[in-house]
Design a protein around this ligand. Structure first.
Ligand SMILES: Cc1cc2nc3c(=O)[nH]c(=O)nc-3n(C[C@H](O)[C@H](O)[C@H](O)COP(=O)(O)O)c2cc1C
Ligand code: SF4
Ligand code: SF4
Length: 253
């Protein structure tokens, strides 16, 4: 059994490579959180080197009865010691994992990266996944270590955001290109968006900063209020369909 959270499909793609029993965290988080399986995994992106707040909440509240529990964190350019940070978070809520690793894929963080350039980089994703699959087959006990550079980067990052990760990115505008199709409302894992007069309105209280709404808009009509590297380029993992993102995240049913 593998739980996942995804904005643009990277984490869903990784989850699909690791297990066949897939469970979307946004779809189960409001229900009974008791789970039992021989092996249980969780896959999610990192935002500012840490797991999305919904995933943290899920991990805090869920009860897992399993013989082997692992986390795989997807990231784009610098993990900042994400595995150790996830281990520390689990410890702080009285839990632990047998194995925590990271996988580098396309970085979907629009203020820093041009998606048209990111997709050209060969990050050797399949090789990384093969190593993780072998580790999981052996039920390896291991947490990826952070080197000094990654630790320093995370420290510097926390200082720069005044210890308030996530909220700083959650600010979007909608341009006149919007055609009122409603896709943005359906890809949001936190149910933050509704249409008023065929225009999306963001209620950012629970925003996860996943950027699914921005990346999925077919008209490029949602833009960040802070400057983007390339407002004309958007991203979805090449192996994942828009329908899969909607099925994973839609809260508007
Ligand atoms: C708000 C935000 C913050 C991010 N922070 C980091 C980061 O600190 N380090 C990094 O390497 N990638 C970062 N990323 C990139 C994502 O972690 C990466 O692209 C991930 O694989 C996306 O997964 P998804 O497609 O399942 O949503 C960030 C992305 C977003 C949207
Ligand atoms: S996905 Fe884009 S075009 Fe469709 S309603 Fe949302 S902002 Fe408008
Ligand atoms: S409003 Fe956009 S960025 Fe925020 S959680 Fe929803 S889809 Fe993600």
């Amino acid at each position: 059994m593998i739980f996942y959270f995804t904005g643009t499909g990277n984490s869903l793609y990784v989850a699909k490579q690791l297990d066949t029993e897939l469970v979307s965290i946004p779809q189960v988080i409001k229900g009974d959180l008791h789970f039992q399986a021989d092996t249980i995994g969780v896959v999610c992106p990192i935002y500012g080197h840490e797991m999305p707040s919904m995933v943290k909440d899920f991990l805090r509240r869920a009860e897992f009865q399993t013989g082997y529990f692992y986390l795989v964190l997807t990231y784009g350019m610098l993990h900042g010691g994400a595995a150790e940070l996830a281990r520390d978070y689990l410890q702080s809520v009285g839990k632990s994992a047998d194995y925590i690793n990271t996988v580098m894929l396309v970085d979907n963080f629009l203020p820093a990266f041009d998606m048209a350039e990111q997709v050209k980089q060969d990050k050797k994703v399949e090789e990384q996944l093969e190593k993780i699959k072998a580790d999981l087959r052996q039920r390896k006990h291991w947490v990826q270590k952070a080197d000094l550079k990654n630790r320093m980067v995370h420290k510097g990052y926390l200082k720069s955001v005044n210890n308030q990760p996530e909220t700083i990115w959650a600010a979007y505008t909608v341009t006149d290109s919007c055609v009122g199709c409603g896709i943005c409302t359906k890809v949001c894992p936190a149910g933050c968006i509704h249409l008023e007069d065929r225009r999306p309105v963001h209620d950012l209280k629970n925003c996860q900063a996943c950027m699914a709404c921005i990346h999925a808009c077919p008209k490029l009509a949602i833009q960040m209020t802070i400057s983007e590297k390339n407002p004309r380029a958007r991203y979805r993992n090449e192996h994942i369909s828009l329908q899969e993102i909607v099925s994973s995240n839609n809260q508007m049913k």
